[in-house]
Design a protein around this ligand. Sequence first.
Ligand SMILES: [Zn+2]
Length: 123
Amino acid sequence: MGIAGKIIGVIMTGTGMVLLTLGMDPNIGILSWGYFIIGLFMMSLGMALITGGKSQQVKKPKPPTITEIRCDNTECTFKELRDFERGDYILKPLDVSCPRCGSTMTIQGIYIVRDESEEKIKI
Ligand SMILES: [Zn+2]
């Protein structure tokens, strides 16, 4: 949806608001609820046009993948979660050393985090 769609959306929302206001006027009588319904319809359509482009972009991001890194020292419980990077695999030894004890660190798990429910699937 380009800028043209957004302009149409703004115009439709504006027209819808005017119709809605007209519909709220009890002096119009039998026509008022018709204005109200059309106004409501146009507003929601206009809003959909305005926000349409945005919501598509929000839905796009790929499911986040998390890499779990643990310290090799069995007495150290240091664990770090970071974003998955290309080339990560389970039990891959890393160049980084544990910030707590200085031991080597290994990837212990790779997870796909689904939505905000934090549902974890071990690969
Ligand atoms: Zn450690």
